[in-house]
Ligand binder design. Structure first.
Ligand SMILES: [Zn+2]
Ligand SMILES: [Zn+2]
Length: 96
């Protein structure tokens, strides 16, 4: 099977590359920031990507955090908080 570029997975409403679970991945030529910012009602900007915790897939293929074994874990998958923080940092650094 040929490798498909920029395959994405959704974890708790945010998009990541499916191979490495990264929001921005050079290996996969994937950048989910625009979609993820838009999901939370923000305009896309050049911010640091959000960190993804260790995840595992359960037998149904659903991603869960390794720490708590939860698919909607707000502690590990609290993207909005992370995105807001990254946007504030980017603004302070003078990025647009
Ligand atoms: Zn990747
Ligand atoms: Zn968790």
């Amino acid at each position: 099977m040929a490798e498909v570029a920029a395959q994405s997975v959704e974890i708790n409403d945010a998009l990541f590359c499916s191979a490495h679970i990264k929001e921005v991945c050079t290996d996969c030529a994937f950048d989910g920031r625009e979609e993820n910012d838009a999901f939370y009602g923000y305009d896309p900007m050049d911010r640091e990507p959000i960190d993804t915790p260790n995840v595992t897939q359960n037998k149904d293929g659903v991603y869960q955090c390794k720490k708590h074994g939860s698919e909607g874990c707000n502690q590990c998958f609290g993207w909005k908080k992370q995105i807001t923080r990254a946007r504030t940092a980017a603004k302070k650094a003078g990025r647009k």
